[in-house]
Design a protein around this ligand. Sequence first.
Ligand SMILES: [Fe+2]
Ligand SMILES: [Fe+2]
Length: 135
Amino acid sequence: MDWLKTYHEDHKAVLVLLAKFEGNILDLKAGLTTPNIFSEFEEFGDVITNVVIPHFKKEETGVYKQIAELNPEGKEFIQKMLEEHKALFSLFNLYVHAVEIKDTEKLIEIGNRFEQVLRHHIVQEEDEVPKFLRQ
Ligand SMILES: [Fe+2]
Ligand SMILES: [Fe+2]
């Protein structure tokens, strides 16, 4: 299925990006900042806005709906995934604000949480979604 391929490709691309982001947060923590580190944080935000948020929307109106409707056992899983989308959306808003005002401490705290929740979310989807679709 074509959309499933895009779905997987998006996940892979975001995981690569998250590894780089994690490195930038670690640099910030260690005080190893370069003058362009904040523009990299802005670029990361742009990818979230232009790729990850539309990806969430596509899941919510597509594959999530499909699983919840066709598979009673999948309903609980989808509920959890929807809650994570909401949590990620809130964290992302806090992230954008922290980048805007260049609040290093907040950026480290929020950035770490956002990175962990998003990585966990993607791994869960990669592990669980194909199982529900196969049934
Ligand atoms: Fe998702
Ligand atoms: Fe996803």
